[in-house]
Design a protein around this ligand. Structure first.
Ligand code: CAA
Length: 386
C-alpha cells in the first residue's frame, strides 16, 4: 500500500526585506547575497505571525472538515517554539478544530524535526490506513541584525497531510540516515539567537550529503540512477549546489549531476523568495519543485535530503503520484508571495527587535487568517480575522 503526502500547503508572513537593499545598507556587495548566497527576499515575521499562527495558517490552507475528522495526530517540527513545555501542536489542534481524540506534540532536532515527524506519520498510517496525520514545520530563523548569518534568516510554515493512497508523493519505507554529534549550529536555552560556526556548518552539511549518498549506494547500487531530482534542506539556495559539487568531487557520475542540476532552480525558487525557514526549508523546496517545474512526470522518483545541524541527516525517497500536478495551485502559491509588503531597512529592524509583551492589550491583525491577539498571564491567545 502507498503512504505519503496527500496535500501540502505553506504560509509566509506578510512582510519581506529585499536582500539587495539590505546588503547595500550594510555596506556589502549585493551580489554576495543574491549570487554568492542565493537569496532575493527574506520573510520577516511581525509579532502577530508567530510560529503558532504561521503553523495554523499553513494547515488551514489544506484541510477540509473531513480531514479534520480523520486526523489522529498533529505533529509539529520546530526549533523556535514558544514554550519549553507546551507544544505548538496543542494550540493548532484547538485552533483548527481537529477531532478531540487525537494526540498533538512537537519534535526538535534543528532543521530535521519535521522530517522525523513525516516518517512517524507514515509509519502510523501504514498500520492504520483509514486514518490521517497532520505534519507541520514552522520556524522563524534569527541570527541577529548585522551578523554573519543575517542574510540567511527567514520565517514560514509548511503543512502536510499524510494518508494512505496519497495524491502527491508516496514515501518509500526505506530511507538512509546518519547522526553525527557536532556544534555547527545550536541555540542554548539562554540565547535569543542561534549560535553558528558558519563555514564549519556548510562543510558539515556537504560531508553529510556525501556520506548519506554513499551509504544509500552501498545498500542499493542503482538507487541514485532512479532519482529524477533531489530537493534539499536549503538554509540559503547556494547550499544545495555546494552539496552537489561536493558529491561530484567525491567521484559521482556526471549523469546524476546534470539531471539533478536541471531541476535545481525550480526546486529553490520559493526558498530564494522566503529565506531559511529551518525545519520547513526542505518541504518548501519540495513545494517549489512541484509548483515551478513543468517537466515533472507521474511515476518519477525524487530524493528529499533533510539536514538538521547538530547533526542528523536523512535521505527520503518519494514517487510522484498520478494527478499530483492538480494538487498544487501554482497561481495561489505565487499570489501568496506577491501579497507581501516590502519593508525599509528601518522598519525591518524595528519589526525584528520588537518583543511580545505580557499585557492585556490586543495586537491588530495585519491580514485575514490566524494571528497572535494578545498575551495574558503568560498565555498566548490567538484569534481569526476574516
Ligand atoms: N559576488 C558574488 N559572490 C560573492 C561575492 C560577490 N561580490 N562575495 C562573496 N561571494 C560568494 C563567496 O565566494 C561564497 O561563495 P562559495 O560558498 O561558493 O565559495 C559566498 O558568496 C558566501 O561567501 P562567504 O562564505 O564569505 O560568506 P560569509 O562568511 O558571510 O557566510 C554563511 C556565509 C556561512 C552561510 C553565513 O551566512 C552563515 O553563517 N549562515 C548561517 C549558517 C548556515 O546557514 N549554515 C548552512 C549549513 S547549516 C544548516 O543547513 C542548518 C541551518 O538551517 C542553519
Amino acid at each position: 500500500m502507498k503512504i505519503g503526502i496527500d496535500k501540502i500547503g505553506f504560509y509566509v508572513p506578510s512582510y519581506y526585506m529585499d536582500m539587495r537593499e539590505l546588503a547595500t545598507y550594510r555596506g556589502i556587495d549585493p551580489n554576495k547575497w543574491t549570487i554568492g548566497i542565493g537569496q532575493e527576499k527574506m520573510a520577516v515575521a511581525p509579532l502577530t505571525s508567530d510560529v503558532v499562527a504561521m503553523a495554523a495558517n499553513a494547515a488551514a490552507s489544506i484541510l477540509t472538515p473531513e480531514d479534520k475528522a480523520s486526523i489522529d495526530q498533529v505533529i509539529v517540527g520546530t526549533e523556535s517554539g514558544v514554550d519549553f513545555s507546551k507544544s505548538i501542536a496543542t494550540f493548532v489542534h484547538e485552533m483548527l478544530g481537529i477531532q478531540p481524540f487525537a494526540k498533538a506534540f512537537e519534535i526538535k532536532q534543528a532543521c530535521y524535526g519535521a522530517t522525523a515527524g513525516l516518517q512517524m506519520a507514515c509509519d502510523y498510517v501504514r498500520l492504520r490506513p483509514e486514518r490521517k496525520v497532520l505534519v507541520i514545520a514552522t520556524d522563524i530563523a534569527r541570527y541577529g541584525l548585522n551578523t554573519g548569518g543575517e542574510a540567511t534568516q527567514g520565517a514560514g510554515a509548511v503543512a502536510m497531510l499524510v494518508s494512505a493512497m496519497p495524491r502527491i508523493l508516496a514515501i518509500d519505507e526505506k530511507s538512509y540516515m546518519h547522526t553525527n554529534h557536532q556544534f555547527d549550529f545550536w541555540r542554548p536555552n539562554h540565547s535569543e539567537y542561534a549560535l553558528v560556526d558558519g563555514q564549519f556548518s556548510t562543510k558539515l552539511y556537504q560531508d553529510e550529503f556525501v556520506t548519506i549518498l554513499e551509504e544509500a549506494t552501498r545498500h542499493h547500487p542503482t538507487l541514485l540512477d532512479s532519482l529524477e531530482a533531489i530537493v534539499f534542506h536549503l538554509p540559503f539556495t547556494k547550499m544545495g549546489r555546494k552539496a552537489l559539487l561536493a558529491y561530484e568531487a567525491s567521484g559521482a557520475p556526471e549523469s546524476h549531476l546534470s539531471r539533478w542540476l536541471s531541476h535545481y532552480d525550480q526546486a529553490s525558487y520559493l526558498n530564494r523568495m522566503v529565506g531559511n525557514i529551518y525545519t520547513g526549508s526542505m518541504f518548501l523546496s519540495l513545494l517549489s519543485l512541484l509548483a515551478m517545474d513543468d517537466s515533472l512526470q507521474e511515476g518519477q522518483r525524487l530524493g528529499l535530503f533533510s539536514y538538521g545541524s547538530g547533526a542528523v541527516a536523512e535521505l527520503i525517497i518519494g514517487q510522484l503520484q498520478p494527478g499530483f500536478a492538480a494538487m498544487i495551485d501554482k497561481a495561489a502559491i505565487l499570489a501568496h508571495l506577491e501579497r507581501r509588503e516590502a519593508l525599509t531597512v528601518e522598519r525591518y529592524e524595528t519589526v525584528f527587535l520588537s518583543k511580545v509583551c505580557e499585557e492585556d492589550t490586543p495586537y491588530q491583525a495585519l491580514e485575514s487568517g490566524y494571528y497572535l491577539k494578545k498575551v495574558v498571564n503568560h498565555q498566548r491567545i490567538y484569534d481569526y480575522q476574516q
